[in-house]
Ligand binder design. Structure first.
Ligand code: ZN
Length: 251
């Protein structure tokens, strides 16, 4: 007697082994679908498709440099020149390379590599400091590469280049360490302002300066500063801020 095809299938799937096989297959297919959907969703959430060093920006429908994807603001490279300043000719190669890597500006920290000329500061410049002509050339090269320049002028900590000299020893906040200038010494503000004046004049196109003020390890330690803290009832944080925004703190 001939059995119908429908009956064959029905019998096949009513046996326990086949039911187990069917369930296993169903679970496998569901797992594959969930995995695929999850992968697709993750890709969309990044909104980018990497291709070599570029990615496809689905929002703007365009390929973009991968470096642009990480940060949209100014990309400033800090040139710390103390100790071993590059030859001026080196910048001819360096600046275009920095631009290629995504830089938009330079933060130039001269310390003793600046040619100070005023009577107060003339001994601060190192023997291998740049000349004003060198600086003009560096700024011209930066301009040619469309790099903005921000001069960094240390005004509180990182003052070793000045405080290491015998003539400025008494301006140290802590006599044993030439790192921090005392904000209440009568000569400190004048020295800092002369330094700012000279560097700003040498950067006529600069629209910003950086005043340092990081890693000021000692604040309100010397007798003068302790006297100011007691006199005004200030915390050390207040003394720190007053150095930049308050009236001259000369005792
Ligand atoms: Zn002090």
């Amino acid at each position: 007697m001939k059995r119908s095809r429908k009956c064959d299938w029905w019998e096949f799937f009513t046996k326990p082994k086949q039911i187990l096989l069917l369930i296993s297959l169903t679970v496998f297919v569901v797992i594959i679908i969930i995995y695929f959907l999850s992968w697709q969703n993750n890709n969309r959430s990044f909104k980018k498709f990497w291709k070599n060093d570029h990615y496809y920006d689905f929002n703007n429908l365009m390929y973009r440099d991968s470096i642009d994807a990480k940060f949209e603001g100014e990309k400033i490279v800090h040139l710390d020149l103390k100790g071993a300043p590059p030859k001026v000719s080196y910048y001819e190669k360096l600046f275009p390379l920095l631009v290629k890597l995504g830089a938009t500006g330079l933060l130039i920290e001269y310390e003793d590599m600046f040619p100070y000329s005023g009577p107060l500061l003339k001994n601060v410049s190192a023997s291998n400091a740049y000349s004003l002509e060198d600086i003009k050339t560096i700024l011209k090269l930066a301009e040619e590469s469309r790099l903005s320049v921000i001069p960094l002028i240390q005004t509180f900590g990182h003052m070793e280049f000045m405080l290491k000299l015998k003539e400025f020893e008494d301006l140290r906040e802590v006599i044993e360490y030439p790192q921090v200038i005392c904000p209440t010494h009568e000569k400190s503000l004048s020295l800092i302002m002369h330094m700012v004046d000279e560097i700003v004049k040498a950067h006529p196109s600069a629209t910003k300066i950086h005043i340092g003020a990081d890693e000021v390890w000692f604040v309100g330690v010397c007798d003068r500063c302790v006297g100011i803290l007691n006199k005004f009832g200030w915390t050390k944080s207040q003394l720190f801020l007053e150095h930049f925004v308050g009236k001259p703190l000369i005792t």
